[in-house]
Design a protein around this ligand. Structure first.
Ligand code: ZN
Length: 133
């Protein structure tokens, strides 16, 4: 598995409307995309910081993964995403190394990326996403 960079850092927020102006001011750049990922019950907003993105995540449903995360832990860093050449191959390799997966197979995430999550139980508490184009 070849990890080329940190693709993005996912941050759970209660409101994109409130969080976007903060990041625009802090980073001095504009949010370049807002996208809803219906099956994840989430609305995302993206900022580009060098080769890495910040992905803000607002829940569209309290039963969704971000809604539950915020209810349990509050707002904050939700996951870190590493860019790999091929998500399906990477997931197979990771699983062969005894790491528990959330997704056995890649699926479609925001920005048309193929994504798969590793379980935080196996990753020292950090929800880890692998993604490829
Ligand atoms: Zn992500």
């Amino acid at each position: 598995m070849n990890v080329s960079r940190i693709e993005h850092i996912g941050i759970a927020v209660e409101s994109l409307e409130k969080a976007i102006p903060y990041y625009e001011t802090l980073l001095g750049i504009k949010c370049y995309a807002i996208e809803e990922v219906v099956d994840q019950k989430v609305k995302t907003a993206f900022f580009k910081v060098g080769d890495t993105k910040i992905e803000l995540l607002e829940s569209t449903n309290p039963e969704g993964p971000i809604g539950k995360f915020i209810e349990k832990k509050g707002q904050g860093i939700h996951h870190i995403a590493f860019a790999v050449d091929n998500v399906n191959e990477a997931l197979t390799e990771v699983e062969a190394n005894g790491i528990q997966l959330v997704d056995k197979q890649g699926r479609k995430g925001a920005e048309g990326l193929n994504i798969g999550f590793l379980h935080p139980k196996s990753t020292f508490g950090v929800l880890t996403e692998l993604c490829s184009e």
